[in-house]
Design a binder for this molecule. Sequence first.
Ligand code: EPU
Length: 417
Amino acid sequence: MPARLEIEGGVPLRGTVAASGAKNAALPVLAAALLTSEPLGLANVPALNDVRTMLALLDRLGARATRDESRVQIQVEHVKSDRAPYELVSTMRASVLVLGPLLARHGSARVALPGGCAIGVRPIDQHLKGFARMGAEISIENGDVVARAGRLKGAKISTDLVTVTGTENLMMAAALAEGTTVIENAAREPEVADLADLLNAMGARIRGAGTARIEIEGVTELGGTNHRIIPDRVEAGTLLVAAAITQGDVTVTDVVPDHLWAVLAKLEECGVPHEVGASWIRVRAAERPRAADVITSPFPGFPTDMQAQIMALLGVADGHARVTETIFENRFMHVAELVRMGACIETEGSTAIVRGVDAYQGSPVMASDLRASAALVVAGLAARGTTEVARVYHLDRGYERLETKLAALGARIRRIE
Ligand code: EPU
């Protein structure tokens, strides 16, 4: 039986906890190792299953990597294979991030088409359209995307929708293209800007990352460098919501508060008091939260990756709230489980109507994806009685020792293997 988490709810969390490095920054940064034959020295790399999956994939492609706690040294002297197989891509969609770097450095890539996942269909058509604009030939062969190109050519690209890994993939490919590439409607997520910082330190010429217009002047070669991964804003946000829902007093350190602006604004609307320092955020909650409507949108809007966790909070808030998910079509898998815990939530298409109840009741629940799992843990921390969250492997994809961090804040939580 896979590991479960057992949580005895009702303890207000207290203390200080550090955020780890960001999963969604670490994955593209690791993929960028494919762009150079020289080594990258990476710091603040979180110990997560998704990071292990990316390292396993890069290993097959020719990378040699060593890891010492949160430091990773990685080098791809020669690309040994251009193939990302289905077994890896199907466990982690972010595997598709090797497509751009392989194409740019090696001239070909064969990556299994990701297909669907628990939170929706999630096509990669925008990535492929962009590569085609840069001169790549794209075909689908036996379930794989096959991309081939001589040296890629700079192009004007405007994506039809905002895509985070799409922007990252195109930016990496464009870094080695001939001429200038402009990406309009680019994702503005901090993780995109972090990747651009790394690429520029490797010798790329990228301007505007973090805005909707990124300009990349291609260079012929990139080199090695050292880079520190930015803090995980979603992990930090999850810990802050855990503090709020237990009416605790928690300081999360090692964060970039600007990256959490939308989450903090929403907590404020919910009447959750907090203080912000240069690299820390403290939530000091002594009352039941108030209801507030939430709509997810690309950065700097409210992140879809925090939607489930904030819904867990709204489930026990005073009043009714509407939570609208605009990024993914099927990201309400936590609703049925929260209802098992006594929540009063109904969904209508992409909106969930949440009527706050006084308290959750501990119950056995099942995780379905990463952020849904986090929401169930958060709810369990506030529930009356014992909650058992099954299928914790979803949580382990994106949270580094979440139960250890929560236990250090006083939570009664343990892993049952
Ligand atoms: N989309 C398309 N075509 C494309 C690309 C995207 O239709 O070519 C659609 C998607 O189906 C989705 C929307 O556009 O409906 C946005 O998708 P996006 O490409 O931005 O998502 P992603 O890059 O696959 C990253 C994060 C996700 C996060 C989303 C949105 C990584 C490795 N993953 O995914 O993180 O939810 O951006 O912010 O960066 C998580 O950490 O739990 C997680 C799912």
